[in-house]
Design a protein around this ligand. Structure first.
Ligand code: ATP
Ligand code: LTN
Length: 333
């Protein structure tokens, strides 16, 4: 019997700093788990990162660190393609064509654009506005079937689907219309300080997030300081967003259900619970941190992985971009 072709996955993460526990639970952890079932392509979105001002040397270093972190989180270059977005120029080439097939009104409705332009009012650049078009190009240029991301990217994915469908309607079947792939639990890990907002690596309050490279004592301190509610019962409910968020984290780390967690901490109060949350996070992150240090020290290996990744991804992307350029009437050489 002919072996069924594996479905293709693509996702990306910006090298804007060390990944948070939110990035890990909402996205990166799942990427490793999907490698056997799917053909996976994972990208470090450094072009997206410059929609906010970055310091060049720091961005270069963070890009290397992001690659090491992805591998340390279980992405195996023998199974998945890992590469840096700027090293596959076909993404930006497709992005231009897609931007001519995207409406100003659609981009104006993107909540990430509204949030980020409000937060960085001194630098509302065109790239920040067209960010989702480049993201659509990243996905469509590989004919990806599935895109594993956190819930905050749902709107961008919906836009990608609309762009693909519209393009197919005008120029004939060209793009695969991708589906989002969201974790059942933990698709939106919230800030430890303001549990109504998502945990974000660019938060100015360092107590709001846990970074994958935080030391055990830092993780313990951040968990102890996490905002909870006035009563002291460990129970999930919409009016207890702080505790519910910690329960989501604990559940993601241990595999325990909310019911099991409620029973485990029945009558024990928040103090014990927060220590248990911290310990579960430390246990999960320690091996990742060890592997990260080892990888970062082996620069030649990392460079080789990224080079091979960019070459292989580049070949796939080039073919797709050529096809699209032909379809829209660009003169071929
Ligand atoms: P920044 O804070 O710099 O805007 P970010 O922390 O949102 O960045 P991204 O690089 O934009 O990180 O996102 C990488 C992946 O992590 C995406 O799939 C995104 O949906 C997911 N993600 C980000 N924050 C969270 C969160 N708090 N909970 C769950 N998933 C998240
Ligand atoms: N915008 C995404 C990062 C990203 C991405 C992608 C995710 C860039 N290109 C393609 C999935 C597919 C974010 O997480 N902020």
């Amino acid at each position: 019997m002919e072996e069924q072709k594996k479905k293709r996955i693509l996702s990306g993460i910006q090298p804007t700093g060390t990944f948070t526990l939110g990035n890990y639970i909402g996205a990166v952890r799942n990427w490793g788990q999907l490698q056997d079932e799917y053909e996976c392509i994972y990208m470090i979105a450094n072009l997206h990162a410059i929609t906010l001002r970055q310091e060049p040397a720091k961005l270069r270093q963070q890009t290397r660190e992001a690659a090491a972190l992805l591998l340390a989180c279980g992405i195996d270059p023998a199974k998945s393609l890992v590469f840096v977005q700027s090293q596959v120029p076909a993404h930006t080439q497709l992005s231009w064509v897609l931007s001519c097939n995207t409406q100003f009104g659609e981009l104006s409705r993107m909540t990430q654009f509204k949030d980020k332009s409000a937060k960085h009012a001194d630098n509302v650049n065109a790239g920040l506005f067209t960010y989702p078009v480049l993201m659509a190009a990243d996905i469509l240029i590989y004919g990806a079937d599935l895109v594993p991301v956190g819930a905050d990217q749902k709107q961008h994915l919906e836009l990608t689907r609309n762009i693909a469908e519209r393009f197919n309607g005008v120029y004939g079947p060209t793009f695969t219309v991708p589906e989002g792939y969201f974790p059942k639990q933990g698709a939106r890990i919230m800030s430890l300080q303001e549990p109504e907002r998502k945990m974000s690596k660019s938060d100015e309050n360092v107590n709001a997030f846990i970074l994958l490279l935080d030391e055990p004592d830092v993780i313990l301190r951040k968990c102890k300081r996490a905002v909870t509610d006035s009563d002291s019962r460990v129970a999930a409910s919409p009016d207890k967003p702080g505790v519910t968020n910690l329960m989501t984290i604990y559940s993601s780390m241990t595999g325990k259900t909310f019911d099991e967690i409620e029973r485990e901490f029945d009558g024990r109060g928040y103090g014990d619970f927060k220590i248990a949350v911290a310990e579960s996070v430390i246990a999960e992150l320690s091996p990742i941190q060890r592997e990260y240090k080892r990888l970062l020290a082996d620069r030649a290996y990392l460079e080789e992985v990224l080079k091979t990744g960019a070459e292989t991804a580049g070949r796939i992307a080039r073919r797709y971009a050529d096809k699209v350029y032909k379809k829209v009437g660009m003169l071929q050489l």
